[in-house]
Structure formats: structure tokens, C-alpha cells
Design a protein around this ligand. Structure first.
Ligand SMILES: *Cc1c(COP(=O)(O)O)cnc(C)c1O
Length: 248
């Protein structure tokens, strides 16, 4: 009798190799060094075992969208052997009652779009940890329903965040509206890159050259276009872990 087997887990090593290949090719085409683009593995909805498998394959930075889910996986991995030295990025919408856990458990937060949240994260960042690395999420397509600060409001938010004691403003993150044509993907990413350069100029002038060095753009479907326009961090989920089940 033939039993119906569950879907086999994705092969993390092979998928990561394929992503690194795509990054290398895209960087080369843009005349860039592939080491200038970091890979963030987005693990939302996938279990700790999938993260462990990717870590085994050499992946170190992981992105999560839901605090409760992320913390459960961190605890599971902390108790596992071997233990991995992982870097955790929060990339989902931030509710103000979750800022303490984010500030205590994550190394980076990429989805900050208002000063209230940034202030709470700074306040809650434990003193025994280094300042929390922070990216501002920008609503680059200007969609009314989308998360992210509007481009016009970015300079004020950036200057307010740059003054907070326990966070370090490192750059921008954006999720442009999905486009199937590469030419159209590139327009939105080029706009984000322009905002990034303006941010660098602004903070260089006003805080003596703080380190604004991360442009987090590009996902599974559009990382080539993002790298062509200057991405320094691509956030890849599906192409590493497989398709996500719909959240109930
Ligand atoms: C889910 C998610 C990703 C990964 O998307 P894929 O298309 O699966 O690569 C990247 N960034 C953010 C903010 C996400 O929520």
C-alpha cells in the first residue's frame, strides 16, 4: 500500500546556492562585487527546523514578520545543538505593544515608519546590547494602503530617529508594488536608491557621517532589478524555503 507522503522539505543548500548564483550574476551585470549584496533569508511561517537547515548551509541572517512566531523559533534554536550564531531582522508591521520584545530579541528592525515606534524601540533596547540597527520603511510607490513613510516625510523622520540614543539608523527598506516587467521594477527601485542617497547626504551633513550603508530592496521575484539599482540587502523567502501556506 502506498502512503501519501507529506511534501518534502525544500533543499535549503541547493536553494541557497541558486540564490547566491542569481546574486552573483546580477551583481556582475551591474559591475558590482557580489560581496556588496547581503542575503536575508525570510523564514516567516517556516519552522525552526527550516532555519536550522539553512544555518547549516551557511546562512546567518534571518528575517521574521511576526513577533510571537519569531520568539518561539529563537527559543527553540537556542536550546538546540549545535547552536548557531544567527542575526535576526524584524521586517513585519510593528504594533506598539510589541516594541519591547522586538528591542530585546532582534538585532535589526527594518520596518519602522513612525517616530513613536522608533522612540519605544530605543527606550526598550537593553543597555547590555549594542544599539538596535534600524532601517526606515519607505512607501516608495505612494500607495494609500501601504506601510511605510511617504518620501516627503522621510527627511523629518530620519532626523528625529537619528537623535535617538539606543538605535542606529542604517538605511532604508522598501517593498514596491509588484510589477512583472523588469523595466518597471527598476523604476521603483531607482526611486528608492535616490531617497537612500538623499538620506546619506542629509545625515552626513547633520551628524558628521553616521553609517548609513544599507539599502534593503529586492525579494524572490525581483532581486535582479533591485541589485541593478544598488540594493545592498535582498530579502528572500519563497526562493529559499518554498511557497508559504496561507495564514489562517
Ligand atoms: C515575506 C517577505 C519577503 C520575502 O518575500 P518572497 O517573495 O517570499 O521572497 C521580503 N520582505 C518582506 C518585508 C516580507 O514580508
Amino acid at each position: 500500500m502506498i502512503l501519501s507522503l507529506p511534501t518534502l522539505p525544500a533543499n535549503a543548500q541547493a536553494n541557497l546556492d541558486a540564490i547566491h548564483e542569481r546574486i552573483t550574476k546580477a551583481a556582475r551585470a551591474a559591475g558590482r562585487d557580489s560581496s556588496s549584496v547581503r542575503l536575508l533569508a525570510v523564514a516567516k511561517t517556516f519552522p525552526a527546523t527550516a532555519i536550522a537547515e539553512a544555518a547549516q548551509a551557511g546562512q546567518r541572517a534571518f528575517g521574521e514578520n511576526y513577533v510571537q512566531e519569531a520568539v518561539a523559533k529563537m527559543d527553540e534554536l537556542a536550546n538546540a545543538a549545535p547552536s548557531y550564531d544567527l542575526e535576526w531582522h524584524f521586517i513585519g508591521p510593528i504594533q506598539s505593544n510589541k516594541t519591547r520584545q522586538i528591542a530585546e530579541r532582534f538585532d535589526w528592525v527594518q520596518s519602522v515608519d513612525r517616530i513613536k515606534i522608533a522612540e519605544r524601540l530605543s527606550e526598550h533596547r537593553p543597555v547590555h546590547l549594542p544599539p538596535l540597527n534600524m532601517l526606515l520603511q519607505v512607501n516608495v510607490s505612494g500607495e494609500a494602503s501601504k506601510a511605510g513613510v511617504l518620501p516627503d516625510d522621510l527627511p523629518q523622520l530620519a532626523s528625529d530617529v537619528a537623535g535617538l540614543p539606543r538605535v542606529r539608523l542604517r538605511g532604508l527598506m522598501a517593498i514596491p508594488a509588484p510589477e512583472s516587467e523588469v523595466a518597471r521594477q527598476r523604476i521603483a527601485f531607482a526611486n528608492t536608491k535616490r531617497l537612500f542617497e538623499q538620506l546619506r547626504a542629509q545625515l552626513h551633513l547633520h551628524s558628521g557621517g553616521s553609517q548609513v550603508d544599507v539599502l534593503s530592496i529586492g525579494m524572490s521575484a525581483d532581486l535582479e532589478a533591485a541589485i541593478a539599482e544598488g540594493s545592498t540587502m535582498v530579502r528572500v523567502g519563497t526562493a529559499i524555503f518554498g511557497a508559504r501556506a496561507r495564514r489562517s
